[in-house]
Design a protein around this ligand. Structure first.
Ligand code: FPP
Length: 243
């Protein structure tokens, strides 16, 4: 569905923003700090940007926190990121109702520790209780993996006797993002210009915004700049005229 919200400056506000939070390691290295310090700084920036999205009228923010490939990083770095996610979920359980931030974790949850899985269950329960801005944090997530898991679920239902037609809407209902509109804007800080297995199905019509700013240096002004650029884009969704 096309985005339809406008801010006071007349700019279109994307309904759903996705972000690849890249550049934490380089940010830390530049300061002579361990990479894990970059991730800690990055998680604070995520918190700040989530509040800003909520306040700007964005309805969904989806961030790439840990990919299916990130398990191949040094074990101390993996442990540090998992600890940050654990801390973030714990804190969110306390604050999400107060701050009107619903939280959903996307990815292959079966690969997470039982403690993280329990925290995800608790945040889901709280989120179900109210409406409003939603942050989606992708953990043990890969776009191809998500599509494979969806295909397996369809095959299971088919084998169990539900052989009704498979169309885009039905396939999307098996994805981790079921019920969430596709991202309108994908932001990638950190200087790389690639999608890195993130939201492959969902980004079919997303506008891409790349910046050299490293994620821990990403500010609310950078977010506003990305939205202003997005607002100038002519989204045609395969048609001739803009919607
Ligand atoms: C990419 O930067 C970043 C990650 C793989 C981890 C992102 C994780 C966080 C920001 C912390 C936890 C998140 C939340 C939501 C609490 P990189 O390490 O690849 O950076 P580099 O390219 O400079 O090495």
């Amino acid at each position: 569905m096309p985005d339809r919200i406008y801010n006071a400056a007349g700019e279109r506000i994307p309904r759903h923003i996705a972000i690849i939070m890249d550049g934490n390691g380089r940010w830390a290295k530049k300061r002579g700090l361990p990479r894990t310090a970059g991730h800690a700084a990055g998680s604070e920036v995520f918190r700040k940007i989530a509040y800003a999205c909520r306040d700007l009228g964005v309805e969904y923010l989806t961030v790439y926190a840990f990919s299916t490939e990130n398990w191949n990083r040094p074990s101390d770095e993996v442990t540090a990121i998992m600890k940050l996610l654990n801390k973030y979920l714990h804190e969110s359980i306390e604050t999400m109702a107060r701050d009107h931030i619903r939280l959903r974790v996307m990815g292959d949850l079966s690969g997470l520790s039982s403690e993280l899985q329990e925290l995800v269950r608790e945040t889901d329960e709280i989120s179900a209780g109210y409406e409003g801005f939603q942050a989606n944090v992708c953990i043990n997530y890969g776009g191809r993996d998500e599509i494979l898991r969806a295909a397996r679920r369809y095959a299971e239902e088919y084998a169990a006797g539900d052989q009704s037609e498979l169309n885009e809407a039905r396939f999307a209902s098996y994805l981790d993002s079921a019920g969430i509109p596709d991202p309108d804007l994908l932001i990638r800080p950190g200087g790389e210009q690639r999608i890195s297995n993130f939201l492959l199905w969902q980004c079919a019509y997303a506008e891409f915004y790349f910046t050299d700013v490293l994620w821990p240096d990403f500010t609310v002004d950078e977010l506003k700049k990305a939205i202003a650029v997005f607002s100038q884009r002519d989204r045609r969704f395969g048609k001739v005229k803009a919607n």
